[in-house]
Design a protein around this ligand. Structure first.
Ligand SMILES: *[C@@H]1O[C@H](CO)[C@@H](O)[C@H](O)[C@H]1NC(C)=O
Ligand SMILES: *[C@@H]1O[C@H](CO)[C@@H](O)[C@H](O)[C@H]1NC(C)=O
Ligand SMILES: *[C@@H]1O[C@H](CO)[C@@H](O)[C@H](O)[C@H]1NC(C)=O
Ligand SMILES: *[C@@H]1O[C@H](CO)[C@@H](O)[C@H](O)[C@H]1NC(C)=O
Ligand SMILES: *[C@@H]1O[C@H](CO)[C@@H](O)[C@H](O)[C@H]1NC(C)=O
Ligand SMILES: *[C@@H]1O[C@H](CO)[C@@H](O)[C@H](O)[C@H]1NC(C)=O
Length: 321
């Protein structure tokens, strides 16, 4: 962690907690070893890196979604503050699906989205940072409709992959985008539209990122008319984000099935950045910090032994000298 910050990282998202009922009492389960967090923070502060934002992720793949019947969003925020004791500067919403196709957490319920909004609002009022980290299909510029299911498929790309969403996070942005400081799109979702464009259509990654960022910042619209309970009417909503809220999320690729988690070299991100000018996203994210500098697997199956994401991103994002 300390080395990643020295190389350029200025946001660390620690993994992860869930909001559960403990015999009828709202409780927070999981979370990293707190004395490790405290000691990393103290070390960073002593090195002059007190600008780093430390967030805690809520959710993750296979995790329970928050219990919406036991406490309101505002009440969950006070439960969180008691648990947090000032350790983290904010929360990162990472609710996702579940390997078990029968799991109730393969639906991102409207009530859960409402809880996210209310808890985020309480967090903002308390001065905390709030971020979203949707897999690409949960926040998808190529899709103009919305579904709560997280077990959809694409007919035209890897149709056997059954864990797609359809703009599941989009109501949050339609309701109140000012609540979210950063929106970090996981382009490395398994068999994402990014993987299809790079692998099936053999696009230049820089051209693809340019196209995607232009759409995310200027022409992303979704119609929520199939779900009147969202209160968003039946017209299209313009969800285009200010570029300074947008983060592009990357991974080191996939060893067992090349291209499943698409790989984009940091040098290709730089080519897109230079062309984007005023539409340059706020930054980049890597899943995950421990893997930086290690092996990457390219989409064609070849191997890159020392893959330095953060240092290369920093060479053009200029977070640290
Ligand atoms: C939420 O908590 C209540 C109270 O303990 C419990 O009855 C309910 O089953 C929980 N909901 C879920 C989805 O676990
Ligand atoms: C928690 O972190 C502290 C400080 O880094 C370490 O000494 C301790 O062994 C860790 N505890 C566990 C259970 O890993
Ligand atoms: C998809 O699943 C079917 C049925 O199991 C199988 O026959 C087919 O080969 C699979 N296709 C791919 C692309 O994996
Ligand atoms: C959106 O959130 C901001 C920040 O908490 C708040 O000031 C504003 O009133 C909210 N807007 C609406 C329409 O709820
Ligand atoms: C961007 O928008 C254009 C025009 O609607 C569309 O053809 C293209 O597929 C979109 N690309 C992405 C990555 O969203
Ligand atoms: C959506 O909003 C963005 C940012 O304010 C703006 O640039 C764009 O023209 C709008 N797009 C549509 C389709 O209204």
């Amino acid at each position: 962690m300390v080395q990643e910050v020295q190389l350029g990282a200025n946001v660390l998202i620690w993994f992860s907690i869930t909001l559960i009922s403990d015999n009828g009492v709202p409780a927070i389960s999981g979370g990293p070893n707190r004395s490790c967090v405290t000691s990393v923070q103290a070390r960073l502060d002593s090195l002059g890196f007190d600008d780093v934002a430390h967030l805690i992720s809520i959710g993750g793949w296979d995790a329970a979604h928050p219990n919406t019947s036991i406490a309101s969003g505002t009440e969950w925020w006070s439960v969180f503050e008691t648990w947090n004791q000032g350790s983290f500067d904010g929360i990162d919403w990472d609710l996702e699906g579940n390997d078990n196709l029968q799991s109730p957490y393969n639906t991102l319920q409207v009530s859960t989205l409402q809880l996210i909004e209310k808890m985020s609002d309480a967090a903002k009022r308390a001065g905390a940072i709030v971020t979203l980290v949707p897999p690409q299909s949960y926040f998808d510029t190529t899709e103009t409709s919305f579904e709560t299911s997280l077990t959809l498929t694409y007919a035209d790309w890897q149709p056997n992959f059954t864990y797609r969403g359809r703009n599941a996070y989009a109501p949050l942005v339609a309701w109140n985008s000012t609540l979210y400081d950063l929106i970090d799109v996981q382009l490395y979702e398994s068999w994402s539209r990014t993987s299809q464009t790079l692998e099936e259509y053999e696009a230049d990654p820089a051209d693809y990122l340019f196209d995607l960022v232009v759409n995310l910042t200027t022409s992303y619209t979704v119609n929520f008319g199939e779900y009147p309970q969202l209160g968003l009417g039946d017209g299209s909503h313009n969800l285009s984000l200010p570029a300074d809220k947008l983060i592009l999320g990357f991974s080191r690729g996939s060893a067992s099935q090349p291209g499943k988690s698409p790989f984009i070299a940091p040098q290709d991100v730089n080519r897109a950045y230079r062309r984007l000018g005023a539409l340059q996203p706020r930054g980049c994210m890597l899943w995950n910090a421990n893997l930086d500098g290690g092996t990457c697997w390219l989409n064609n199956g070849s191997v890159m032994p020392a893959c330095n994401f953060v240092a290369t991103w920093n060479s053009y994002l200029n977070i640290r000298p």
